[in-house]
Design a protein around this ligand. Structure first.
Ligand code: NAD
Length: 457
């Protein structure tokens, strides 16, 4: 098939969305059910593509495809639950209600690190809500996008055009942001990307859903179960080679257990299996690129120059000399260092001690990002404080679980520089629809709201 140009992609997407929106929502759900079945069939093959392209370890790649399957299941149920409220009208013989209608064309920009699941969050909801989608994947994950598109093509019959892929880099992302024919831009990536794209969409008063960078922290309290805590920290900080938006970057440990916790963490980091992501035994694969490695080293060197204690973080040469495997770094800080305030997309874990839980919560919140957070404690007062309005200011707050590895049932996203968007479960579907407030007068009089009189006599 010849490659479509930008205008053809938009036109085809508009045309198909006009047809698709007329398909009853439960029937749209049936297409998504078939898509989910196809993903189940192809799970292993798709996971291999993720491992090949994004360099995720096998179990995480399989988990990512599973997340896409879970999203299909969720969306199938949702296709019969796109409810609008009916409110009591203040006027006699009137009905006041909400109707939800599709938006049209959704533009979806995705990051390299979740090359299938994040698209599935968007597509499954957008599709059951009656929209088409134009997907601009990361330049690092075009094969993953093709794999997903092939699965859709297999089951979608006349609706194959519902997914249009726009390969490319920043320029292509900017083009869809500028184009008023696209009714929602859903963009996942760095905060920098969000800051560049948001003004472009806002200039045309377009709808925008942003899922941006995180700088996630966990608090370890004196009552924490340290065996469970160390496991949770290791997966969150080192899993996916520290390349999740929810990766654990900052750790605040109560002073009474600080030494014990740090010595266990050192041992745990030493024992992690770093190796080729397609090997069953590997727990940590390479960084996505040389640039990522350089950024990691720049951050660590800047800390070392200030005599901050950095343990690990070195490159390890394994098989291919063009790949960048690293030992996760533990950085023991006495004070909050500037480097801790931004997201370095690599396995670096800053550890600092605290005395008072309120100070720990303050340090956790005192960054620009607001995605994910955790507390490890068996003290109900501490965990409730953490979850209260005076606690974590993030979109995700976990107790006795690390910061990463969310389920699809909840709404996913974060506050502040993380962009404020919510995708995936709960009522995130509302982002993909427009709300109409409809008032119907089935009486013979025309009473005005708030008792306003406007009689002809
Ligand atoms: P990235 O920002 O470099 O790229 C993401 C996407 O945006 C790509 O498709 C890219 O082509 C496009 N893009 C980037 N900069 C752009 C610009 N200036 N103009 C136009 N388009 C641009 O991110 P990445 O390196 O692929 O992924 C890592 C980042 O994504 C991290 O910051 C991570 O926290 C974030 N992320 C967030 C979530 C979330 O749900 N909050 C999920 C995954 C990743």
């Amino acid at each position: 098939m010849t490659k479509k140009n930008f205008d053809e992609i938009i036109k085809d997407s508009q045309d198909i969305s006009n047809k698709w929106k007329q398909v009853p929502a439960p029937q749209r759900g049936e297409y998504i059910r078939l898509f989910g079945e196809e993903l189940r069939q192809k799970k292993k093959e798709l996971a291999e593509t993720i491992t090949k392209e994004a360099r995720k370890i096998k179990t995480e790649s399989l988990g990512e495809v599973q997340e896409a399957i879970d999203m299909c299941d969720f969306a199938v149920g949702l296709s019969r639950q796109l409810y609008g409220l009916t409110m009591p009208s203040e006027r006699p013989n009137h009905r006041l209600q909400e109707l939800w209608h599709p938006l049209g064309v959704v533009g979806c920009i995705t990051a390299f690190n979740f090359p299938m699941a994040v698209f599935a969050w968007n597509f499954c909801l957008a599709a059951v809500c009656g929209n088409s989608i134009i997907w601009k994947p990361s330049p690092h994950s075009n094969e993953c996008a093709k794999g997903i598109k092939e699965a859709w093509d297999k089951v979608s019959g006349e609706f194959s055009d519902l997914i249009q892929i726009l390969e490319g880099g920043n320029e292509e992302a900017v083009s869809i942001c500028k184009d008023a024919r696209i009714n929602l831009i859903s963009a996942t990536g760095s905060t920098q990307m969000g800051k560049e794209l948001a003004p472009i969409v806002s200039a045309r008063l377009g709808k925008l859903l942003l899922e941006l960078g995180g700088n996630n922290a966990a608090i370890v309290c004196p009552s924490a179960d340290l065996d469970l805590t160390i496991k949770g920290i290791a997966f969150s900080a080192c899993g996916t080679t520290g390349q999740r938006c929810t990766s654990l970057r900052r750790l605040f440990v109560h002073k009474d257990i600080y030494d014990d916790c740090v010595s266990r963490l050192k041992q745990c980091f030493d024992e992690l299996n770093i190796g080729c992501p397609s090997k069953d035994s590997s727990q940590i694969g390479p960084l996505i690129s040389e640039d990522s490695f350089k950024t990691m080293q720049k951050t660590l060197n800047s800390l070392k120059n200030k005599n901050v204690s950095v343990i690990g973080g070195d490159r390890i040469e394994i098989e291919d000399p063009n790949e960048y495997y690293v030992k996760p770094a533990l950085v023991l800080v006495k004070e909050i260092e500037e480097e801790m305030l931004s997201e370095t997309f690599a396995p670096i874990l800053y550890v600092k001690s605290y005395e008072d839980i309120k100070d720990a919560i303050h340090m956790q919140n005192n960054v620009k990002q607001g995605l994910s957070s955790s507390i490890f404690t068996n003290d109900i007062r501490e965990s409730e404080l953490f979850l209260s309005e005076s606690g974590s200011d993030c979109g995700i707050a976990n107790v006795n679980i690390g910061t990463s590895g969310a389920e699809i049932g909840g709404a996913f996203g974060g506050e502040k520089d993380t962009g404020g968007g919510r995708e995936s479960g709960s009522d995130a579907w509302k982002n993909y629809m427009r709300r109409v407030t409809a008032t119907v007068n089935y009486g013979e009089e025309l009473p005005l709201a708030q008792g306003v009189e406007f009689d002809e006599s």
